[in-house]
Design a protein around this ligand. Structure first.
Ligand SMILES: [Zn+2]
Length: 83
């Protein structure tokens, strides 16, 4: 029963990045928006890789370290279908 590793570490917060979202919209405990810059994050640690998968597109807020995944409902390819 004890072979599953318990999530002892605090997991980083993972949010979905909205279309064209450039700044973090995470609220501080005081209720203010963070507005940190979302930067593409490539060399994430293994525990993050377990959450998002290997080679996943991932962004991280430079200020509060909130993680963002792109909104998969908006595929970048979709514009090719437009006339
Ligand atoms: Zn932030």
């Amino acid at each position: 029963m004890a072979d599953a590793p318990a999530p002892a570490q605090t997991q980083p917060k993972l949010k979905t990045r909205k279309l064209r979202q450039r700044a973090c919209d995470e609220k501080s405990p005081k209720g203010k928006l963070c507005f940190g810059h979302l930067k593409r994050w490539y060399d994430y640690p293994r525990e993050v890789e377990r959450m998002v998968g290997r080679g996943a597109e991932l962004y991280r807020c430079e200020r509060c370290r909130t993680l963002y995944r792109p909104d998969t409902s908006e595929l970048p390819r979709s514009y090719t279908l437009r006339y």
